[in-house]
Design a protein around this ligand. Sequence first.
Ligand SMILES: Nc1ncnc2c1ncn2[C@@H]1O[C@H](COP(=O)(O)OP(=O)(O)OP(=O)(O)O)[C@@H](O)[C@H]1O
Ligand SMILES: [Mg+2]
Length: 330
Amino acid sequence: MIETRELTKRYDGFTAVDRVSLSVAEGQFAVLLGPSGSGKTTLLRMLNRMVEPTSGTVLVNGQDTAGMQAEALRRSMGYVIQSTGLFPNMTIRRNVATVPRLLGWDRRRTDKRVDEMLELVGLDAKTYGPKRPDELSGGEAQRVGVARALAADPPVLLMDEPFGAVDPITREHLQIEMKRIQRDLRKTVVFVTHDIDEAVLLADSIALLRNGQVQQSGTPEDLWRRPANDFVRDFFGENLGLRIMARHCLSDVELDALPPDDSWHTLPAIVHGATLKEALAELVGTGAERLVVTVDGTPKGTADFASLMRALSAGVQCADGVRTGRGRDA
Ligand SMILES: Nc1ncnc2c1ncn2[C@@H]1O[C@H](COP(=O)(O)OP(=O)(O)OP(=O)(O)O)[C@@H](O)[C@H]1O
Ligand SMILES: [Mg+2]
């Protein structure tokens, strides 16, 4: 879907992006990760020609973007940034309607689309539609940013640290919702972050950059099990295994049957949508050897440490790609 070949950007002798060759398949969630100044934003902006490459090629569906009209290319890729870039003097409705209006959609189609997009990101259109960006919280503004980028239904979304400015709890909500939206709508997403947790949670594939060069690209599991060099290993640090566990859910664990007697009643319970990391924390926190796993409040079976490890090595990600619940039953 998107491929870069030896893509390079130089500024007065300084190389910001250095011969980057990457490919992102259709429907993939690709993350560009790396320290500040490593070239992530520059690389992202070359994909839609907001920055013109010094050399190298960007192909979209096999077509060289150098020969495309830059404006049409940009409209085929929704763009979301940290500061949201919402137009401050326009209502939320007008903001979300920006690209449909540019494309000349009629009023009814645009209105309908705006309602759908606000609903998709969890904002009530009646309440939020007439507001202006300065009347929103940071998290709400980010949602509007995502709704606006999706409004004209572009096949590709480019996102540059979109959730950088919100508090950790809102941020996690936005991340999980973003993943759901991406799966539901089958968008190809290229997402820039320097946050390792965010990258590992969201990515189908990660490209780790340093000084404009890709150090390694692959699934988070690949980078964890087979780091290409010391920089990759050190960048992710010791907690990567735990972070990877947060990508996998109890719903993917093969459960042991409930014992026929009532002995399991004393075991701690956990919902099947919880992540393996949450399940591990529950085992460690309670000191129990097993957990009872529940679906809609009904016990379905039990899991111990070994079952978590088996699920992890099987490598399946949460079946629906989204966590369906967390920790104990409420
Ligand atoms: N227009 C420009 N002119 C000169 N140098 C630039 C320009 N844009 C970026 N650079 C340099 O290129 C390097 C990469 O910048 P870039 O913005 O791509 O980094 P980044 O990985 O997105 O960093 P951050 O995480 O801080 O956003 C930096 O050293 C930056 O100073
Ligand atoms: Mg940047």
